[in-house]
Design a protein around this ligand. Structure first.
Ligand code: ATP
Length: 391
């Protein structure tokens, strides 16, 4: 359809970039990026009127996006970009498809598929993307790529981690050089932080973090940060816990990436760490939990180690944010106790007849609540199996 409209307007349209990579990898894609040799906004508007949907045009960028059912389509006029300084937002001019592709980051992200009827489905691969996809290689298109845009350093490691790919020898060398030149410090904080947020959303976050370690990138992004084996062990253990939690309690899933970041930041000074959370626009639960991590987590952990009765465990852990529970559970010393709390203690319920009896005794409001809690604690200490209500 897009191709027909493009043809009618005398334009050429292509699916481009990461979408082509994902299509070739056999992934389902819902976001399609098109590059148009011609006026992308005009093409988008024609398509929109055919499907009776709205377009959102951005004339200053020559782009427009629209939604058709569950598909998100983005149209961009083919363009050339020049960077005034490393990492800056680029200056944009109209250009051919090839010029549009050559400004991209890696060979696997720089392919296109034609959608015009006469060449529908033809793959355009100027830089050897297909071969690199097959060989599992991340390769920049030219030697100054990382200097032009240092955010690509992090993107390279994110794709390598996500896909289980390696950087080519020369890309690896260029990447190391760019890191050593301190380019990550020079890039705009907002773009770096955006990339960090994307990395935290990845399933294979451990692989990405271990590439971050190998290439020493976080040292350049988080002031005063240093990798240790202890930290890496903690992260590995946290991953097991978050995998367990997301399987066991799917309805309680949270964005676990933030919890990994919390553990990383727990190794540096609180003020630096809180500033970082602000820069990366962490949600409020992350900031609040991070505060408690510094102030109370070690105390809770110490008391938990000493706790013997179920009710003690319960009292220590109730009201503690899930992110902190997961962090605690990744500490071997208290793992079993936190697990017991998450799986059972927090769901202990007092029998309804006991509540009725309390009400008959005239208890209400806070008093009633306290009495119920007391009974709960007695039940979990006395009985082998207690009544639970699990969502
Ligand atoms: P994801 O699967 O994470 O969304 P993606 O490759 O689709 O990956 P986007 O950030 O949506 O990532 O970018 C779309 C395309 O734009 C990329 O595939 C790449 O061709 C190009 N691109 C994005 N960021 C850069 C950059 N910093 N430098 C060069 N090209 C880029």
């Amino acid at each position: 359809e897009v191709g027909e409209i493009a043809q009618g307007l005398g334009y050429k349209a292509y699916i481009v970039g990461g979408v082509v990579r994902d299509i070739l990898l056999g992934k389902e894609v819902w976001d399609l990026d098109f590059v148009v040799e011609g006026d992308a906004i005009e093409l988008a508007e024609r398509l929109a009127s055919r499907y009776k949907v709205k377009t959102h045009p951005f004339p200053e960028f020559g782009t427009a996006h629209l939604k058709v059912g569950t598909l998100k389509l983005e149209f961009a006029t083919a363009r050339r970009e020049t960077y005034s300084r490393p990492g800056a937002y680029p200056k944009v001019e109209r250009a051919s498809l090839k010029e549009d592709l050559v400004r991209r980051d890696f060979t696997i992200n720089a392919m296109a598929i034609s959608v015009n009827p006469e060449s529908f489905g033809t793959l355009i691969d100027y830089f050897g993307g297909v071969r690199d996809l097959k060989d599992k290689i991340i390769r920049v298109l030219h030697p100054v790529s990382f200097i032009e845009d240092p955010v690509r350093i992090l993107r390279a490691l994110r794709f390598a981690g996500r896909l289980g790919f390696k950087c080519s020898k020369s890309t690896e060398r260029l990447l190391k050089q760019a890191v050593n030149l301190g380019l990550l410090e020079e890039a705009p904080t907002g773009r770096i932080m955006n990339e960090i947020r994307l990395a935290l959303r990845e399933d294979r976050i451990l692989e990405i973090l271990s590439l971050y370690r190998k290439f020493k990138v976080l040292e350049h992004i988080i002031k005063g940060f240093n990798w240790t084996q202890n930290l890496e062990d903690k992260l590995v253990s946290l991953k097991k816990v978050t995998d367990w939690h997301s399987l066991e309690f799917p309805s309680e899933r949270i964005d676990y990436g933030w919890v990994f970041l919390m553990v990383i930041l727990s190794t540096i000074k609180p003020d630096v760490s809180m500033k970082f959370l602000q820069d990366v626009s962490a949600p409020s639960w992350v900031r609040e939990s991070m505060e408690s991590l510094y102030t109370t987590l070690n105390i809770i952990k110490g008391n938990l180690q000493k706790a013997e009765r179920n009710s003690e465990i319960y009292k220590l852990l109730k009201g503690v944010h899930l992110s902190l529970l997961l962090i605690l559970m990744s500490c071997r010393e208290v793992q079993d106790k936190v697990k017991l709390f998450l799986e059972r203690l927090r769901f202990v319920k007092v029998p309804p007849e006991a509540v009725r009896e309390m009400k008959e005794r005239g208890l209400e409001g806070r008093e009633l609540g306290e009495e119920i809690e007391k009974l709960k604690e007695r039940l979990m200490d006395e009985e082998k199996s207690f009544i639970m209500e699990r969502p």
